[in-house]
Design a protein around this ligand. Sequence first.
Ligand SMILES: Cc1ncc(COP(=O)(O)O)c(C=O)c1O
Length: 384
Amino acid sequence: MDKPDLHPDTLAAQALGWIDERTRAVVPPIHVSTTYLRDPDNQYRSGRVYARADNPAFDQAEQLLAALEHGHQALLFASGMAAATAVFQALAPGDHVIAPKVMYWSLRNWLMGFASQWGLEVELIDMTEPAVLKASLRPGRTRLVWIETPANPLWSVTDIAEAARMAHEAGALLAVDSTVATPVLTQPLRLGADVVMHAATKYLNGHSDLIAGALVPREDSAYWQQVRKVRAQLGGTLGSFEAWLLVRGMRTLPLRVRAACATAQRVAEHFAAGHPHVSEVLYPGLPGFAGHAVAKRQMHGGFGGMLSIRVRAGEAAAIATAARVKLWKRATSLGGTESLIEHRASVEGAGTPAPTDLLRLSVGLEHVDDLIADLEQALAAAGV
Ligand SMILES: Cc1ncc(COP(=O)(O)O)c(C=O)c1O
């Protein structure tokens, strides 16, 4: 049966149904070799030479992710940052790139620092306004548009199909950080994007126990071959054990994501309903949220497990609330089984778009009533 015709749940649960042909084991083994035998006639017919460039330990995770995203293939990287920066490092100095003002802060810092020093002309814009993107594109000069949707930490939504259309009209590629949406909710390549990026550290693995990244292109191209070269030559390569763990995590991806979405929706609705201590809830699943209509078009089965709340009494009360939770874990990151709470402005520092009264919430797999009760007691105990 043609695997991509199967439902994502089926593809994920069986990790494409691979077995180890030699032993008949239903869980394929971990390949740890760093190097491969050369044939006596001096050829490398296996196609493998050295594990920095290419490792059979990656195959199952890469092919599963490519199937879920409807991509040409996938490449694993040592982290989400290694994957994201490869997208830019495959460009040439002097190229113009456009990225959002509201995005994962560490990548924004890299773009304003390293990428600019290397010669990329980086322009940060309000990506939620198609007219702003249109005006910023320079036909023939802009090589790449980077979007993140929903985007940290305000969960701003960008219309992927519209951004792809405009980028292509100007001769640029569209790359999408789809870490928060996951292929369960959104498949950007089907909406016209050229490359999808994941911090596999988050939902794809889902257990807060490995750092990994991935890229998936819609098709092969000279640009994609350059990305492959970046991974092989710059050496941002994942370890074999991490790749195996990632397959194990991805087997439950659809279940975990749908559960987190349902709980996040309930948490968002609870605190959005005129709550005495919460002035605003930022969540794409709320009908009053600015990006809701676009999110509804391009997210299917839920609006993600990430939301932010703004504490009415301000910064000190927000920090005090995070200090008083008993169940939510006070930690950065997202997409694990345990729910996390974070005063985002403290992490991002100067230049953050996060209001100082904002708490970022990553909703995990606990019971929704326990999560709401814990936040309620923390808000009350913070004296807000
Ligand atoms: C949306 C998003 N993109 C990229 C990254 C970077 O991933 P990593 O921490 O695996 O380098 C993160 C990490 O927090 C993220 O949340």
